[in-house]
Design a protein around this ligand. Structure first.
Ligand code: C2E
Ligand code: MG
Ligand code: MG
Ligand code: MG
Length: 284
């Protein structure tokens, strides 16, 4: 077909070039096709309660398996989608897919990442309201994850939008807290319910005597502000124990489970997650 031929040409073109701009252009064109072809999917990573024993929710993570390149990570293509004007479409796809899938796990909350581009979009509140209605999901089961990036452009508008989202009954989590330039003042300035501590602060736990000092302080601060606190990137049993002692409400990481397709998550809700890192566990 003409489309197939076009695709082949793009690939051949790419192979001779190492230039970043052309790589970006390649990803952009292929991403347009992927969005149209349904080549994107969504995986789900379990989130467990602070005791590390009970699954309480799952985070939706977008996946792209390219026919030639194989899996292209979201760290690559989400940024391209943002620059290329494709983020609203990509975000809507994840929102609808995740809420539809989450219907199967009535006892879990579903966390969905929002790009700052989506938060800036005037249509966001309407899109979320429609997706909630179509899925019939209880809004209180939905957590929207934002990053400090929402404050860059127009912080007042961002705050207003988050308030409108909360008025729908969903919760807001501040993702990757502590990474980048995030400052403590964001915690007061943003209308949020939950803090996701970046794995940068989880990784040193147990490695050095004071490796957990900052983490303990962040957990205490979050709790003092009435926020629920989740630690990302939990990989070892020692980290789990220290996080539990620190008073973390929820945890997420390879120790418990990797991101997995919706069907596998449904299985896990029946089986239950166990704190056993399985290096062979894949995303299927
Ligand atoms: P994030 O929202 O902070 O998601 C957590 C990332 O950490 C995921 O990577 C997850 O697979 C990974 N992770 C989970 N547990 C562990 C662990 O124990 N150790 C390590 N080393 N990593 C762990 P992933 O899926 O590659 O996503 C990367 C980022 O891409 C996400 O970070 C998020 O910022 C973005 N992203 C993914 N899906 C979406 C989406 O649907 N929309 C938007 N806007 N961004 C997305
Ligand atoms: Mg996230
Ligand atoms: Mg995160
Ligand atoms: Mg992160």
């Amino acid at each position: 077909s003409a489309k197939k031929a076009g695709r082949g040409r793009i690939l051949a073109f790419h192979h001779g070039l190492e230039d970043e701009i052309n790589e970006r252009r390649f990803i952009e064109q292929e991403l347009r096709l992927a969005l149209a072809d349904g080549a994107l999917s969504v995986c789900y990573q379990p989130i467990v309660a602070g005791d590390g024993l009970r699954m309480v929710g799952a985070e939706a993570l977008v996946r792209w398996r390219h026919e030639v390149r194989g899996n292209i990570p979201p760290s690559v293509f989400v940024a391209v989608a943002e620059q290329a004007g494709l983020m609203i479409e990509l975000g809507d796809f994840v929102l609808k897919r995740a809420l539809a899938d989450a219907r199967e796990w009535p006892d879990l909350f579903i966390a969905i990442n929002l790009s700052p581009i989506q938060v800036r979009d005037r249509g966001l509140v309407r899109s979320v309201a429609n997706a909630l209605e179509d899925s019939g999901i209880e809004p209180s089961r939905v957590v929207l994850e934002i990053t400090e990036g929402v404050l860059i452009d127009n912080p007042e508008e961002a705050k207003q939008r988050l308030k409108e989202l909360r008025a729908l009954g969903v919760k807001i989590a501040l993702d990757d807290f502590g990474s980048g330039y995030s400052s403590l003042s964001y915690l007061r300035r943003l209308p949020i319910d939950k803090l996701k501590i970046d794995r940068e602060f989880v990784a040193p736990l147990g490695r050095s005597a004071n490796g957990g000092v900052i983490l303990q302080a962040i957990v205490a601060l979050g709790r003092a502000l009435g926020l629920s606190v989740l630690a990302e990137g939990v990989e070892t049993e020692e980290q789990r124990l220290l996080l539990r002692l620190a008073g973390c409400d929820e945890m997420q990481g390879y120790l418990f489970a990797r991101p997995m397709p919706a069907a596998a998550l449904l299985d896990a809700t029946r089986r239950g997650v166990q704190a056993s890192p399985d290096p062979a566990a894949g995303e299927g």
